[in-house]
Design a protein around this ligand. Structure first.
Ligand code: 13P
Ligand code: SF4
Length: 361
């Protein structure tokens, strides 16, 4: 039996089909767990072929999802680009609701499914479209740059979206195109503060927070550095600025992955969601990971079992009102169409610029 209610056997054929994924996850999954998970993975992969479906899996998915069934894995920017590019009939979003909405906005002709509708995000729920309309009244003429971690309603009120991978580039591009020296960057206060430290453009920010990254403190990092003096500390820019100031590098989840794969640090600490280190570690055999993670309860609502149910029953379909989707698409598409940034958003200039004013709404 694969898991409660699922009756698939761990046959030699299943073992052979899932062997490449097992090689990736075997340092984090026990053989006993794998005998339960592998048949479900094989069945999900069969259903994907039968139904012409792809699974877009975020870096925070658990390893058996990430390595077992993800057709495209990556950060928010990478997943959005893939949603626009892929030609499958069905997209199953192994991530949170705003990611599924982004896929639907970019691919209105596809069926977009999310395995659990409760997979939300504290940033996305921090602001509404009505809030953005009020902000625009207060700051007429300034471009609105919105983090993709928002609802379609909010994106519809936006001039251009950004992710943590390109926020500095988008802010500078928006200021250039609008001919202004200030932009509105919402809703993540910490991302806004971290971007402000990398640019001369003035930033007006909202008080949204990621409930996972806001919990890390500078004291946590200093304690880790004292315990592991040779460890390189990589932090996500949704963390408070004081955390980035004492870290060695900061970037999106994809940037953290690239850092570890390319630089092969002897020991590393990823200041982000728990599954990230498990997934990167599968391909980083020379690096030891110290794991002071925080769980994202929303990301963790997605499981192999509900991905399977999602494909079998073609549920839960994510829809976006076409009029809202059309306006939101402009903002997301402007971001997707940007050329790759001349310099990657690394946030490590943070240390050079300590006093940056951000106007909080
Ligand atoms: P990125 O994958 O874009 O770095 O975002 C992290 C995150 O918190 C997504 O919910
Ligand atoms: Fe939202 Fe933070 Fe969870 Fe990402 S990690 S989905 S930003 S709550």
């Amino acid at each position: 039996m694969a898991a409660d209610g699922f009756q698939f056997a761990f046959t030699p054929a299943v073992e052979a089909q899932t062997a490449p994924a097992w090689e990736k996850v075997k340092r984090h999954v026990t053989p006993m767990e794998w005998r339960l998970q592998a048949p479900l993975i094989a069945e999900i992969n069969r259903l994907k072929r039968e139904k012409d479906a792809v699974i877009l899996a975020h870096n925070y998915m658990t390893p058996e999802i990430f390595h077992g069934v993800g057709d495209y894995v990556g950060d928010s920017l990478g997943l959005a680009k893939e949603a626009a590019r892929c030609d499958a009939k069905i997209i199953v979003q192994a991530g949170v609701h705003f990611m599924a909405e982004t896929s639907k906005i970019l691919s209105p002709e596809k069926r977009v499914l999310i395995p659990d509708l409760r997979a939300g995000c504290s940033l996305a729920s921090s602001i509404t479209g009505a809030d953005v309309r009020l902000i625009k009244q207060r700051y007429p003429g300034l471009p609105v740059v919105t983090y993709v971690n928002t609802t379609a309603d909010v994106k519809a009120e936006t001039d251009i979206c950004c992710t943590s991978a390109n926020a500095v580039q988008v802010v500078e591009e928006a200021a250039r195109q609008w001919g202004v020296d200030r932009v509105i960057l919402i809703p993540d206060e910490f991302l806004a503060r971290n971007v402000a430290r990398q640019t001369d453009i003035g930033i007006i920010a909202w008080r949204g927070r990621c409930e996972v990254h806001e919990r890390f403190t500078a004291a946590d990092i200093l304690e880790l550095k004292a315990a592991y003096p040779d460890a390189e500390v990589l932090a996500h820019p949704e963390c408070p600025a004081e955390v980035l100031e004492v870290s060695d590098f900061a970037g999106s989840t994809a940037a953290m992955n690239d850092y570890v794969i390319q630089r092969k640090p002897k020991r590393v600490v990823l200041i982000t969601e728990c599954s990230m280190a498990d997934n990167v570690a599968a391909d980083a055999h020379d690096t030891e990971f110290v794991r002071p993670c925080n769980l994202c309860p929303h990301m963790k609502m997605i499981t192999l079992e509900n991905i399977y149910e999602s494909l079998v029953r073609e549920r839960f379909e994510v829809t976006v009102d076409p009029a809202i989707a059309e306006r939101a698409r402009l903002a997301v598409q402007r971001m997707v169409d940007l050329p790759p940034p001349a310099r990657p958003a690394r946030y490590d200039l943070v240390k050079a610029r300590h006093h940056v004013d951000v106007e909080l709404i």
